[in-house]
Every structure is written in C-alpha cells, then in structure tokens.
Design a protein around this ligand. Structure first.
Ligand SMILES: [Zn+2]
Ligand SMILES: [Zn+2]
Length: 196
C-alpha cells in the first residue's frame, strides 16, 4: 500500500472509530454505569467523568477549563498508547496507517470537545450549526437516551436512538440567548403551539 493510501485509510478508519467511541461511551458508560446509579457512591461513582457528565446535564452551560484541557491531553496520550499497543500486538500492521488512525482518533476527541462546547456556548451561523444544536438539545431536554452522537447522527440512526422531532421545552434559567435561531419547536414556554 502506498504511503498516501495508508494515510487516507488510517484517517478514515480513525474517524469512524472515534465517532463510534463517542456514541458508545456516551450511551453505555456516561448514561450507563456512570449515570444515575453511581450517584450513590462506590468505585464507579468516584471516577470523575461520570460526575462531569451529570453536572453537564444539570447545567449545560457548566464548563471547567482544566477538565477540558486534561481531556485533550489524556485522549492524545490514549491514542498514542493505543497505536503503540496495536503495533506491538500486530507488528505486520502498516505503521503509517496505524499511526494515522491513532492520531485521527485522538483528533476526533478534540474535535468533539470543541464542537460540543460551541453547541452550547455559541450562536449557530450555518444550517448545519442549527441542525447540530437541535439534535444535541433534544438529547439534553427531550430524552437523554436519544441523540447520543454529538459530532454525527450516523450511529443514532444505525442503532435506532435518533430522537423524534417533537417540540422541546428548555428551562429558562439555562436556555441560551440565541434559542430563537433553532426555530419555534424550541422554547422556554410551558406549551409549544405544536403540542397536542
Ligand atoms: Zn451537551
Ligand atoms: Zn448525555
């Protein structure tokens, strides 16, 4: 395989692997063992990512800079370590392809974190930006078991967890000032005009 083909395949594989990781961790860990049950304590309850995610659901505007910075570094290290382990276990793997996949996986996390921060803290400027905020706000305010993918909805559609496009009510205290940009399905009023 040429060097270019290795990079292209590695980047594509790393991107697919990241988006699946994002979906799986959010669905089966953060809304699984790290979800409600762990609030009672125990080993799982002491792992900070569960608490960070629960706080994020209580107040979506809550954000800790050190936590985000640590996440970027930890996930870069995890990608690098995973690449080394993969090459140690399977030395016949093409090195350039494996390094490209590991680097893209880590970059996928950083992209996710920046995108997610923007979804809550910045007004949308494009139709895609509106769509992504609508999807993610449904996860927060219409059903936490739906729309578990943040950077892409592909895995939600594949696993059947894409939310229905019903009207969504947000608590006025945490609603962003640009909420109107998401259309009249998203409101802080008790009853949407579309509600039955
Ligand atoms: Zn969020
Ligand atoms: Zn969540």
């Amino acid at each position: 395989m040429s060097r270019f083909a290795q990079v292209a395949t590695g980047v594509a594989g790393g991107a697919i692997a990241w988006t699946l990781t994002e979906y799986a961790v959010h669905r089966w860990l953060l809304h699984g063992p790290f979800g409600q049950r762990s609030e009672r304590g125990g080993l799982v309850g002491r792992i900070p990512i569960g608490g960070i995610h629960r706080n994020h659901h209580r107040d979506p505007n809550w954000s800790v800079v050190w936590g985000r910075a640590a996440g970027h570094l930890a996930m870069a290290a995890t990608g690098a370590a995973g690449t080394r382990v993969a090459l140690a276990i399977a030395p016949r793997l093409p090195t350039v392809l494996t390094v490209a996949a590991g680097a893209t996986w880590s970059a996928g996390y950083s992209t996710y974190d920046i995108v997610h921060h923007h979804l809550h803290h910045r007004a949308p400027r494009t139709r895609l930006g509106v769509h992504m905020r609508q999807r993610h706000f449904r996860h927060h305010f219409a059903g936490a078991r739906t729309n578990l993918g943040v950077t892409t909805g592909i895995w939600d559609r594949l696993f059947g967890t894409e939310a229905d496009p019903r009207p969504v009510r947000l608590p006025a205290a945490t609603a962003p000032w640009w909420l109107d940009a998401l259309g009249d399905e998203f409101s802080t009023r008790a009853q949407s005009r579309h509600a039955a």
